[in-house]
Design a protein around this ligand. Sequence first.
Ligand SMILES: [Zn+2]
Length: 190
Amino acid sequence: MPSNSLLHFITKIIKFEGFRATNYHFITENELLIQLENKSSRATCPHCHKITDKVHQSHPYRVRDIPLSTWDVFLLVDRRQFKCKKCHKVFSEELSFVKKRRTYTKRLAEKVVKEVLETDVKNTGERNRMTSAEIETILKELEQDLLTEKPKDLKKLGIDEITHLKGGKNYAAVLVDLDKRKPIAPLEKR
Ligand SMILES: [Zn+2]
């Protein structure tokens, strides 16, 4: 494990709840990989809520994060699967910084949505060193999440027209939190 000022700096910018940066390396001249590890050796079973420390196996899980200067940043965590001592079910540990089955961090998705609303898909891609297709994937998956995961929250959402949202495929409306009047996500025209 390198103990130097760059790792110290990386530790400062990686502030995900429950995780710490343990190592980094440059995969290519413009790709930085940061290794993370969960600070806790235990996890709570989502089925019976019993705390367990019995690791079943682990798999590397890689996600994209907000770019740093001219580097694309990827986070790598050896994601553990636990086996519950009480109900014997196997479950994967929660990653506080990424939504289930996503390949990018929550904070990257938030940044992308904000920038698409302020500018457009092409510009947002350039700022985040991503292709327009990658930006659209984030928008599409966020839309799915909003429509399927949290039906209770939908009553808070309204749809405002966007007339000049350029780039991308016909994003004609935006989900808005009506309480805060804050845009949440663009919606694709149907
Ligand atoms: Zn259990």
